[in-house]
Write a protein that binds this ligand. Structure first.
Ligand code: SAM
Length: 307
């Protein structure tokens, strides 16, 4: 598919497109559309030829009358369906990174390692139309597979993937002083910090993702030589399941009760609702979602001052 068309948010499914086939929020699959091919799931057989020409977002039917939705491969959906060749960054961290790295259209961004390309895909969309993401991984096969994914998703004009040991060699000198943002997801990021400092424009921002606080401490020691505004964040996404139901009187504020997990104000609200209306009336039951992810890593941001 012509990548310029894809970048302008092509609205109709064409032969060769990547689509996200959506069954349910927890069951989606990336499928390359090919005239003459079929897609099969428990709802039946879907002909790709029926998909071509339909707007993204369409509900399409199988021979048995089952249905799926055809969604555009946005970076958000891509992160949910991509092949995990490494640990990846998820949306809570990704959105924070893009915002705090101050990435806007036209920015030049350096990234290492590329890994599975989860973050890279979102970085690319953030720099559209005139910016570029240069991403480096020392693992050749991983770099090749990421490049293939970016090509299939129509991102080839926005992302350049190169094989390079960034901890050992640093970033290529051609980027000296012309880069807006640097992102590191490396086991020993402090080894790449001096090179990142040379690449960044004055006031450019660096972010390093590390799972362990010891890695963060080591990175901060090196960052202090050339960077200011050094801040570390941990992003924890907490979603709640909310449903209507009846509460047993004995569950009220006991350890392990549903009410016990509510924020204080909400707890007061529910208690008030119950005491004025009695136990017969359905009330809202709120509890942390069982799929909630825990710790992923620490995000350390720093702004270049002087070299
Ligand atoms: N942020 C990526 C994503 O969201 O998909 C995941 C990155 S993955 C955890 C870390 C990557 O760093 C791996 O692919 C690994 O091959 C690469 N890597 C490790 N050491 C490296 C080095 N010295 N130079 C370049 N890449 C390196």
């Amino acid at each position: 598919t012509d990548s310029s068309k894809r970048n302008s948010f092509q609205r109709h499914v064409a032969d060769g497109d990547m689509v996200i086939v959506y069954e349910r929020h927890d069951n989606m699959k990336a499928v390359r559309v090919k005239e003459g091919s079929d897609f099969q799931n428990r709802y039946g057989v879907f002909k790709h030829s029926d998909w071509i020409g339909k707007p993204f977002g369409s509900k399409v039917f199988s021979s048995k009358g089952g249905f799926v939705y055809l969604l555009f491969p946005t970076p958000e959906l891509w992160t949910l369906v991509l092949n995990h060749r490494t640990q990846i960054l998820y949306l809570a961290d990704i959105s924070f990174v893009i915002s705090y790295l101050e990435i806007v259209p036209g920015c030049v961004v350096l990234e290492s390692g590329t890994g599975s390309g989860s973050l890279t895909t979102s970085l690319a969309r953030a720099v559209v139309p005139s910016g570029h993401v240069y991403t480096f991984d020392f693992h050749e096969q991983r770099a090749d597979l990421a490049r293939e994914d970016f090509d299939r998703n129509g991102l080839a004009s926005l992302i350049t993937v190169s094989v390079r040991d960034i901890q050992g060699e640093g970033f290529p000198l051609e980027f000296c002083g012309i880069v807006d943002s640097v992102f590191l997801d490396l086991p020993q990021p402090w080894l790449a910090v001096p090179s990142a400092a040379k690449m960044l424009k004055q006031d450019g921002v660096l972010c390093s993702f590390s799972p362990c606080i010891e890695q963060v401490q080591h990175s901060c020691e090196v960052l202090r030589q050339n960077f200011t505004d050094i801040r570390t964040f941990e992003v924890l996404l907490r979603t709640y399941e909310i449903k209507e139901g009846r509460m047993e009187a004995t569950t009220k504020n006991t350890k392990g009760s549903l009410l016990g997990s509510l924020p204080h104000k909400r707890r007061q609200y529910l208690s008030a609702e119950r005491s004025s209306e009695g136990d017969e009336k359905p009330t809202l039951i709120v509890r942390p979602c069982s799929e909630t992810r825990g710790h992923t890593g620490y995000l350390t941001f720093a702004r270049l001052t002087c070299i």
